[in-house]
Design a protein around this ligand. Sequence first.
Ligand code: DDK
Ligand code: ZN
Ligand code: ZN
Length: 428
Amino acid sequence: MLSRREISLTANMKVLLLFGLVAVALADVSRFEGEKVFRLKPVLDEHVTLIRDLAKNIEVDFWRPESPELVTIDIDVDIRVPAMYLDIVYTILQQNDIEHEVLIEDLQTAVDDQTDEKASPRSHSYTKYNDWNKIQSWIASISSSNPSLISKQVIGNTYEGRPMTVLKLGKKSSSTKPAIFMDCGIHAREWISPAFCQWFVKEALATYGSDSQMTSLLNQMDVFVLPVFNIDGYDYTHKSNRMWRKTRSRKSGSSCIGTDPNRNFNAGWCSTGASNNPCSDTFCGYKPESEIEVKNVADFIRRNKSIIKAYITIHSYSQLLLFPYSYTYELAAHHSELLKVAEGASAALRSLYGTRYTSGPGATTIYPAAGGSDDWAYDLGVKYSYTFELRDTGRYGFLLPESQIKPTCEETMLAVKYIAAYVQKNLY
Ligand code: DDK
Ligand code: ZN
Ligand code: ZN
């Protein structure tokens, strides 16, 4: 005898078999007509199993959490489903009473709506999503705009040979100053992230001399900004596949491309919340720092270890302010101080438009995930190590409309400035 639930499970599996039992790597399509983004709310172990099985059998792109292994009971699961699989997904959700809603009705429409195409040709703008070409020329022009406040240095090239340029903001000084390191664009599809780094650089230059906090910060400290960490991936999201997350490195032994740079740092590497499968969106790579982009950043931070007092990395989406650890449930040695600063920063952020952030250690606040840059920097000795997950909470996800760039950047400035002020106050 089979229970009703077992029967429906078996039926589902038969349907799934029709689609082949081989895990399918997502095809690199540049159009997303008819695709939907669902939010599933698994409340039973069977729901979790079904969602993972679904991922094994059809092309499902996990937006949150970022891979099927990270799905657990009682969390929201946001997935992108290609049009051809909508019927089977609906059937499985309904037959098994998995609570769900549709976040995005038609993904291509959301992709199109994300950019205001009115003003063409599009030039560089702080309130638009600039492609790599525009960001590269912006880096060149902004870094020569004010030599007493900004300079640039190339820290290495990406896999495909693009230069990774770090901008140094801070009043020129004869002595070495303590510094903050911030990167954006570790993940290619999180477009609001590079937009924030550009905004930060502009604001720092524009408000130096008028905003007392920014003036004092840049007088006493330097801020290193890497506007786009994963340039190859970012370029790829503009030209081929808007939903790409990883780097673009090839490897022998698999036709799948790319490694998750935020699983490739040497911090509990690949022990949890990461995949050994080169086709996975959370592939940890063949060894720590196998990705040249990760190695370049890690080398830069190691070289400047004695002066770097804070590490800030910008992602999206979920509205979280995370700190170590993600690779273990153990609390960081400075847990209460890190939490206190995160809560202060979140309160500052909320004061502008009421946007609510949750703060806490990565492992319990989002999901366990090893090989992250924040954990690595922290274990290296950079005490104030934070990961931002910017707007929104899923209404648009990675496709945050350009109209939200300005408010998102303004509120995030308040949080980053709060952290910077705290670090500055506690220097000596
Ligand atoms: O890399 C991830 O999956 C998210 C950002 Se999209 C962050 C995970 C927690 C911080 C990594 N230690
Ligand atoms: Zn990310
Ligand atoms: Zn994210």
